[in-house]
Design a protein around this ligand. Structure first.
Ligand code: GRF
Length: 194
């Protein structure tokens, strides 16, 4: 671990393809960030395998093991204490963080969302964009605030919606841009803080 880089914790719940884009970006020695830990709220997900393969420490805190959000988040905060975390990247993390958790990391948590926010907050973004006859879709990296999918925008990437798109084909086109956007956004933020 280099001393001058921004230390990231990446939070995931599944596939971890955005995590992979960050892992790949961090392989460049000139990239200004590094991943100190990957946290998942689900055991046995592909993203954890990706982290292990890259020799990144993993933390699993299953929300199912806790009766309240407060105790679940308390366990996450406790586990993160073992790592030097400057910044948290939510990458397909499917739990909504409480204001209490967010206030532990003011302006230091970002999320990637598969729509051009403020349009289509929440789930099923591609289905909804297609149903509305939209011509453009995309992804957004934004700061996390207590209101879901609503914090200040760091970066957006757009893609066209094509006539024969299905939610799946559109999701694939957007995901390609997500994988470009997340490492770019982290680079921007790391440079701004250095
Ligand atoms: C991505 O589409 C991301 O925008 C959304 O959840 C999905 C996670 O995919 N928040 P992956 O786990 O990074 O492959």
């Amino acid at each position: 671990m280099s001393e001058n880089k921004l230390n990231l914790a990446v939070f995931i719940s599944g596939r971890g393809s955005n995590l992979q884009s960050l892992i790949d970006a961090c392989k460049d020695e000139n990239y200004p960030a590094q991943i100190a830990a990957v946290l998942s709220n689900k055991p046995d997900v592909q993203g954890l395998e990706r982290a292990k393969k890259a020799n990144i420490p993993t933390i699993t805190v299953s929300h199912k093991d806790y009766e309240t959000k407060q105790s679940f988040e308390g366990a996450m905060l406790e586990a993160l204490k073992d790592y030097p975390i400057d910044f948290i990247c939510l990458a397909g993390f499917m739990r909504i963080l409480s204001p209490h958790f967010i206030n532990h990391w003011p302006d230091k948590i970002i999320n990637i969302h598969p729509s051009l926010l403020p349009e289509y907050k929440g789930l099923n973004t591609h289905e909804r964009a297609l149903a509305d006859g939209k011509k453009e879709a995309g992804c957004t990296i934004h700061y996390v605030v207590p209101e879901m999918d609503s914090g200040p925008i760091v970066m957006q990437k757009k893609v066209p919606i094509l006539g024969d798109d299905t939610p799946k084909t559109l999701a694939e086109r957007v995901l390609e841009q997500e994988h470009i956007a997340y490492p770019e956004a982290v680079r921007l933020l790391a440079k701004a803080k250095s």
